[in-house]
Design a protein around this ligand. Structure first.
Ligand code: S3P
Length: 429
């Protein structure tokens, strides 16, 4: 094992997870055949495909594409088994919105992590729209049961949290409500659902914080290209910044403004990053990203931008560990409700690796140091793909044996992560 590692070259990042879920689900709601290229065939998105198949949607992988034969919600059928979503919060929350508009019985359940994550955030507003939906532990947890209803009502919903999954769930339900549905959130969250519905001709207005969906929509399916996932690119961007003599190029990445604040945050820290060739594909912003070794400085990150960087915070903590001075992340309590309690997971494991990190109720204080030496050992990712990949990037700055248990959970979002990393390291590990 060599002490000094560097990564170089072009990295191939798979399709965006959030957009892949939406592409499969929203295409199924049309009456058209939709060919989706660069779809992310990871565990989470495969669970969405399996759920759609169980409600009668004809959906197949043909060569590298996903081909969805849309049949419209009116032709969805009662599943004869539990709809298993695995580890996927996006699958369960978006599908609850849609299944609430059907007239049949369905049950959605997931793995241990999903069945412990908060579901009242969708069950309560869907109930206000007239859905017959219930969950374990007084309607707060999955499994979730939905029984056919006699039509949904539109409503104005002022949410206390900024969550794209909640907003998308209610927007999808709103497509089938009897009147306008308006969702208001405290700050901007990702708008992929709104963009795809707009691209398919839905009557919808949105600005990140407010989404208004009108009833009587006729969706027209069109073929889709899924841009590379910026949340997956994030691991290679940060690796390029914290390793000496490194430069990576990552092409065709989604740079939707509600997702790419992470790049601005890193630039504020002094990162040498460039976005080239910005363009629009299927109503989404796409660009090529270049990142090079950089001298980083700590910064303050506050609540208003947290939803825009939520999935990148664990790997931002890696950048912060090597940034001179303090990085303070606050207003990020939502991290406690992800695939693991990410505030706890990051704090514990990074501390074991020698990072000066303090756990706060709503974030972290990290005292960084550009010449920090990372200790080796055996690390836990708690079955959380983003913790596993963040630890892998942290471990690149260790000269000792650095082992991450249960690393296969990266298949949730990035099955080729190990392969791409090995290649970028020049075959060295
Ligand atoms: C997602 C939204 C975010 C994000 C998750 C994917 C989506 O969750 O953390 O990984 O696809 O809508 P919240 O809506 O719970 O913030």
């Amino acid at each position: 094992m060599s002490d000094i590692k560097c990564i170089n070259g072009q990295i191939k990042i798979p399709g965006d997870k959030s957009i892949s879920h939406r592409a499969a689900i929203i295409s199924a709601l049309t009456d058209d055949t939709v060919i989706i290229s660069n779809f992310l065939f990871s565990d989470d998105c495969i669970n969405t495909i399996e759920v759609l198949k169980k409600v009668g949607v004809d959906i197949k992988k043909i060569e590298d594409n996903l081909v969805v034969q849309g049949c419209g919600i009116e032709n969805f059928m009662e599943p004869d088994d539990v709809l298993y979503v695995g580890n996927s919060g996006t699958t369960i929350r978006l599908m609850c919105g849609i299944l609430s508009a059907t007239n049949f019985f369905s049950v959605l359940a997931g793995d241990k992590s999903i069945n412990s994550r908060p579901m009242s955030r969708i069950i309560d507003p869907l109930t206000c729209m007239g859905a017959k939906i219930a969950g374990r532990q007084h309607n707060t947890k999955a499994p979730v049961v939905i029984s056919g209803n006699n039509g949904l009502k539109g409503m104005v919903f002022k949410s206390g949290i900024s969550s794209a999954q909640v907003k998308s769930c209610l927007t999808l339900a709103g497509l089938y409500a009897d009147s306008v549905t308006e969702i208001i959130q405290p700050s901007i969250s990702r708008d992929h659902t709104e963009r795809m519905l707009e691209y398919f001709g839905a009557k919808i207005k949105y600005d990140g914080m407010h989404t208004t969906v009108f009833p009587d929509n006729k969706l027209k399916g069109k073929n889709l290209y899924i841009p590379g996932d910026i949340s997956s690119a994030a691991y290679f961007i940060v690796a390029g910044l914290i390793l000496k003599a490194s430069a990576v190029t990552i092409k065709n990445i989604g740079i939707n403004p509600t997702r790419s604040r992470f790049i601005e945050v890193l630039k504020e820290m002094g990162a040498d990053i460039e976005i080239k060739n910005p363009r629009m594909i299927n109503n989404e912003h796409v660009g090529d990203i270049e990142a090079r070794s950089s001298n980083l400085e700590g910064i303050k990150i506050q609540k208003d931008i947290i939803p825009n960087i939520i999935d990148e915070i664990p790997v931002l903590c890696v950048a912060a560990a090597f940034a001179e001075g303090s990085t303070v992340i606050s207003g990020a309590e939502e991290l406690r409700f992800k695939e693991s309690d990410r505030i706890k997971s990051v704090s514990e494991q990074f501390r074991n690796a020698g990072v000066n990190i303090q756990e706060k109720e709503d974030g972290f204080i990290i005292k960084g140091n550009s010449s920090l030496k990372i200790k080796g050992g055996s690390f836990e990712c708690f079955g959380d793909h983003r913790i596993a990949m963040s630890l892998a990037v942290l471990g690149l700055r260790s000269s000792e044996h650095f082992n991450i248990n249960n690393f296969e959970c990266v298949n949730t979002s990035f099955p080729s992560f190990k392969y791409e990393l090995k290649k970028a390291l020049g075959g060295k590990q």
